[in-house]
Design a protein around this ligand. Structure first.
Ligand SMILES: NC(=O)c1ccc[n+]([C@@H]2O[C@H](COP(=O)([O-])OP(=O)(O)OC[C@H]3O[C@@H](n4cnc5c(N)ncnc54)[C@H](OP(=O)(O)O)[C@@H]3O)[C@@H](O)[C@H]2O)c1
Length: 303
């Protein structure tokens, strides 16, 4: 069997077009643009490059964006003050704090200081809780991207056995909650593996849909897959590659060539889940803007 390649770029481009239309509608209805504030602390090159990607994607669909850059030496109090100002600034419907933060900052406290109605990364405890309760508002973009990809590929998740390798609060955990929801694009039976799982292969070999988010190359090999499984590779790692100008290549968690012989469909790295993540962030920003506008309309009608 040679697996069909699931083209994340193509699906992402379709979502960009949808968001573009949504932004135009928003502007004609409310006379302003949805706005995203990105808070970038320190000089981490990877974070700078991710933020650049987000700025470019916002610009493409017409979302107003502003990056608030702060030195790595910023104190917790100063950062919370910055967030407080952004929380009360109506031109931003969404706020995103680029992670990871420098070690001296308390990441959980920073996320908890965001207005949950502007938390487009879906990491605030209120949004994480709503998702667990089956009332999702903002879910993190990567899990949303994986779910949307499966929907676009017409994968019937109703009753399907899904195995996720990885239980992080950014990927594995919210993905489990999303795919467990009762409804379309979900209603799966979900198993989540982690470093405490006794025999991961025994779990993954039962998966109709296998989602790898462990964070190291070779975490999933061909012998860990059921024949005909759908394989979604969230992992992204840099491996040395002297044939590349930049000196490295990006690879996923799944041993791609072997897995392609067993799976029925598989996402590549790069070009799979990565592009979906940015698209779903745009979806969340537009949704936040629409929710905020509807709420402010409702409250002005009550006055
Ligand atoms: N494409 C994208 O847009 C995108 C977005 C986000 C993340 N990523 C990539 O996805 C990967 C995962 O990211 P993350 O933030 O979720 O990473 P993370 O916070 O490091 O979590 C990794 C998870 O994998 C589990 N794990 C690690 N080694 C394992 C092993 N040998 N067996 C079983 N489970 C194992 C860990 O288990 P424990 O909990 O037991 O430690 C943990 O739950 C990374 O490569 C990251 O770069 C990609």
């Amino acid at each position: 069997m040679t697996a069909r390649i699931i083209d994340g770029k193509k699906i992402a481009s379709k979502i960009h077009d949808e968001v573009k239309v949504g932004v135009r509608d928003f502007e004609s209805k409310y006379g302003s643009l949805p706005g995203l504030a990105v808070v970038l602390v320190g000089d981490d090159p990877a974070s700078h490059s991710y933020v650049k990607g987000k700025e470019a994607a916002c610009a493409k669909v017409g979302i107003m964006t502003e990056t608030i850059r702060r030195k790595a030496s910023i104190t917790q109090t100063e950062l919370l003050e910055t967030l407080g100002r952004l929380n009360s600034d109506p031109k931003f419907s969404g706020i995103l704090v680029q992670l990871p933060l420098p070690k001296h900052l308390d990441e959980d406290a920073v996320i908890a200081a965001l207005d949950p109605a502007k938390d487009v990364d879906g990491l605030h405890p209120v949004n994480a809780g709503l998702l667990m309760l089956g009332q999702p508002r903002f879910a993190p973009a990567t899990p949303l991207g994986v779910q949307r990809m499966l929907l676009e590929e017409n994968v019937n998740l109703n009753g399907a056995k899904v195995v996720i390798v990885g239980r992080s609060k950014l990927v594995g955990m919210p993905l489990m909650a999303l795919l467990l929801q009762k409804g379309p694009g979900a209603n799966a039976t979900v198993t989540v593996c982690h470093t405490g799982t006794k025999d991961i292969g025994n779990e993954t070999r039962q998966a109709d849909v296998l989602i790898a988010a462990a964070g190291f190359p070779g975490a999933v090999t061909a012998d860990m897959l059921k024949s005909g499984a759908i394989v979604i590779d969230v992992g992204v790692s840099r491996v040395e590659d002297s044939t590349k100008k930049r000196g490295y290549s990006l690879v996923g968690d799944v041993e791609f060539s072997g897995a392609s012989e067993v799976a029925s469909a598989i996402t590549p790295v790069p070009g799979g889940v990565g592009p979906m993540t940015i698209s779903m962030l745009l979806v969340n920003v537009l949704q936040a803007a629409n929710l905020a506008a509807a709420t402010s309309r409702r409250s002005s009608n009550l006055r």
